[in-house]
Design a binder for this molecule. Structure first.
Ligand code: TRP
Length: 341
């Protein structure tokens, strides 16, 4: 390359993934997937449905298969455009499992044993503390490192896994020469942390025993309205964002993201009005905001051939990119290649 050649313009690569376990909540959407969609123009985005990760916890095979296609369609309905982004199902790209093995052999027991998610999950699933649950971070590292990702949008619960990814990558590069790019966490500018509607000191969770605590992205409008109307607030009857008003703060946060209104504007809008009116407004705004997602999802689920073609193309493009990194890794560690005939 001579001096007059402009440096190659390259958009930073973003990688993220979601597990196909259970339903997607408003919290998952506003906290993560909406952000995935917003990143598509500015970055080279690669997104995956992490079904290999899902079996670290026992799954019903028929349900897992169904949920994988459903989440694939739902993520697309949330605005992930397979023309703009690379979007694939993890098990369709064998390189993930292959690199994970190599990384397993370059990760120490002690490092994995410090992972707080492993400690939490082995307490929660005490009858199935399998080796996959333990080495889960190596599979996640493989996901990220295969695509030489620059940035990984992750929530607080996955930050430690990104740190270990960097440690593993740095160690591998040190042993064998530059192979992997070290990824940075991507912290979105407006991170929405959506809390339970029934206990606003807890994160909104799909595994909450009380279904009124969370909104499923596919809840019909009447259900959404009902759930917001029964949201837990306080007895002050003043719509204001303030310390100690967890329920109202949560509703204001949700209303703000779906309408684009500032907290000041919301306080003004509901000055002198009761919580009933405010909760109804939030419920209606959310139901309306989710309408195009529900409609697009229904369309997609009615066109399995199209979904299938998106999965297939995603798998092909991902396999090509992942294959490049994997061959480099195999060469570096000394795996005997088969000469091309
Ligand atoms: N472990 C992540 C979760 O449970 C999902 C995931 C798998 C992921 N591979 C990833 C996230 C790579 C970011 C990057 O939420």
């Amino acid at each position: 390359m001579n001096e007059t050649t402009a440096p190659q313009e390259r958009k930073p690569i973003i990688f993220s993934a979601i597990q196909p376990t259970g339903i997607m909540t408003l919290g998952n959407y506003l906290g993560a997937i909406k952000n995935w969609a917003d990143l598509q123009d500015q970055y080279d985005c690669i997104y995956s449905v992490a079904n290999l990760h899902a079996i670290t916890v026992r799954q019903d095979p028929a349900k897992l298969k169904k949920a994988t296609l459903e989440i694939y369609a739902l993520v697309m309905a949330c605005g992930i455009d397979p023309q703009k982004s690379l979007f694939f199902v993890q098990s369709h790209v064998p390189a993930h499992a292959e690199l994970a093995w190599v990384l397993n052999c370059h990760t120490q027991f002690g490092e994995l044993n410090r992972m707080t998610q492993f400690k939490d999950k082995s307490a929660r699933y005490a009858d199935n503390i399998n080796a996959g649950l333990f080495t889960y971070p190596c599979l996640m590292a493989a996901d990220i490192l295969l695509y030489q990702a620059d940035l990984v949008p992750v929530g607080a619960d996955q930050k430690q896994h990104l740190e270990i990814t960097r440690d593993i990558a740095g160690r591998f590069n040190g042993l064998y020469g530059e192979t992997f790019r070290l990824p940075e966490p991507y912290i979105p500018k407006t991170g929405a942390r959506i809390m339970s509607l029934q206990d606003p000191t807890k994160k909104m969770s799909k595994s909450d025993a009380n279904p009124k605590a969370f909104i499923s992205l596919l809840d019909p409008p009447e259900t959404i309205l009902k759930k917001f109307r029964s949201a837990v607030t306080d007895s002050e009857a003043q719509v204001a964002y303030r310390e100690g008003k967890d329920g109202i703060n949560n509703l204001m946060g949700i209303y703000s993201v779906v309408t684009g209104k500032s907290y000041e504007a919301i306080e003004e809008e509901f000055q002198g009005k009761g919580y009933g009116e405010f909760k109804t407004a939030v419920g209606e705004a959310v139901a309306e905001h989710l309408r195009p997602i529900r409609e697009r999802y229904a369309q997609l689920m009615n066109d399995k051939a199209y979904l299938e073609s998106c999965c297939r193309e995603g798998a092909q493009r991902a396999s090509y990119l992942a294959g490049k990194t994997l061959s480099k890794v195999y060469k570096r560690v000394g795996f005997l290649p088969l000469e091309k005939r």
